[in-house]
Ligand binder design. Structure first.
Ligand code: PMP
Length: 357
């Protein structure tokens, strides 16, 4: 027996963890700082963490009511109906549901290059094809409607990442609207706002309320600090929102995640502190790193360093784990997550020393 032909499929490359790196180098995990996966520098929302502890004795139950409670809370937050909230096992899970709901075999999707690899992966799982539009370094990785529309050729789904991973750039709302207007009626525009809390730009959710062809993706992994629980959602147009019940994996988000997510949504203090610290860290890195740093609206910056693999390796030996962006097709760039003040100062100091060598 063999799996299906997976030769066109790519492997997802996650940022490496502290334990893994420490084991490889035979060192103690406490000697490392990880700034490779755009995680929350302050850890989880304290209210979310408390909910996790309190839920331990209830996990023999299916998350029926909790799922509904969280969906209702998210719907209230964004002023949409509960049906429009497609709760999932992380933003990644929501991308799977969107693919299940939209793609017929041989349909194609249009994704940014460089960009987040899971858009293409999930399309391929559903026997879809993947086309790309360029996000050009010459323009400082600026995200424009023209770049998307020049490449657009009737694809079924168009992915816009705003703020964009790995560059940190963003689309204006006007650009999103222009793209949705210019693409076919049966083309869905997915605006991935996984890093949406970190930018002061307005969310594309206004367009979800007004149109049938725009969907927004959000996650609890970043600003809320719940990446390990795997909780995210898509906000989809009312007209076809009921399709969720035909495509979702039963109990899409687990009980612990639902309770923690609900608690974290009341933890404004943690989100505000996180967003402020990320803004400070972005500015500090932009000002102090002795290399080109691209303008970012996320909780990370992309830095042009020359040989990315060598620089990431040197930093690792100095106790700082960053993301080598070779897998994004940028073999001269690293991506650094915004850390605490001390972590950010450390990475800047170590990186500048490596660059000077
Ligand atoms: N979109 C983008 C652009 C991301 O960077 C990520 C996280 N790596 C996700 C979506 C998915 O995040 P999660 O599955 O943790 O919600």
């Amino acid at each position: 027996m063999h799996p299906r032909d997976l030769s066109d499929h790519v492997e997802y490359e996650a940022g490496r963890g502290i334990e893994e790196v420490a084991r490889e180098l035979g060192r103690d995990p406490s000697e490392f700082v990880k700034l490779a996966s755009n995680e929350n520098m302050f850890g989880p929302s304290p209210l979310g963490a408390e909910a996790v502890r309190e839920t331990a004795t209830d996990v023999h139950h299916y998350p029926t009511a909790d799922h509904a409670d969280l969906v209702a809370r998210i719907a209230e937050r964004w002023d949409v109906t509960a049906d429009q909230v497609w709760l999932a096992n992380g933003g990644d899970g929501a991308l799977d549901y969107l693919a299940r709901a939209t793609l017929e075999p041989d349909d194609r999707v249009l994704v940014p290059n460089p960009g987040f690899s899971y858009y293409g992966m999930t399309a391929r799982f559903h026997h879809g094809g993947v086309e790309t539009y360029p996000v050009e370094r010459d323009d400082g990785f600026s995200l424009t409607a023209d770049a998307v529309l020049d490449a657009y050729d009737g694809e079924r789904v168009v992915f816009l990442t705003s703020p964009h991973n790995p560059s940190g750039g963003r689309f204006t709302l006007d650009a999103v609207e222009e793209i949705a207007d210019a693409t076919d009626k049966e083309t869905l525009v997915v605006v991935d706002e996984a890093y949406g809390e970190f930018t002061d730009a307005p969310s594309a959710i206004d367009l979800v309320r007004e149109r049938e062809d725009v969907t927004v993706l959000r996650t609890f992994s970043k600003a809320y600090g719940l990446a390990g629980l795997r909780l995210g959602y898509a906000l989809v147009p009312e007209e076809w929102a009921a399709a969720y019940r035909r495509v979702n994996t039963p109990f899409a988000a687990n009980l612990v995640a639902c309770r923690a997510g609900l608690a974290a949504m009341d933890d404004d203090e943690h989100v505000e502190r996180t967003v402020e610290a990320a803004a400070w860290a972005r500015e500090y890195m932009t000002e102090h790193i002795d290399a080109r740093v691209f303008e970012s609206h996320g909780n990370f910056v992309l830095v042009e360093v020359g040989d990315a693999a060598a620089v990431a390796e040197a930093l690792k030996h100095r106790g700082v784990i960053v993301r080598d962006c070779t897998s994004f097709g940028l073999d001269d760039c690293i991506r650094i997550t915004c850390g605490t003040k001390a972590e950010t100062e450390t990475v800047v100091e170590e990186l500048n020393e490596v660059l000077a060598e």
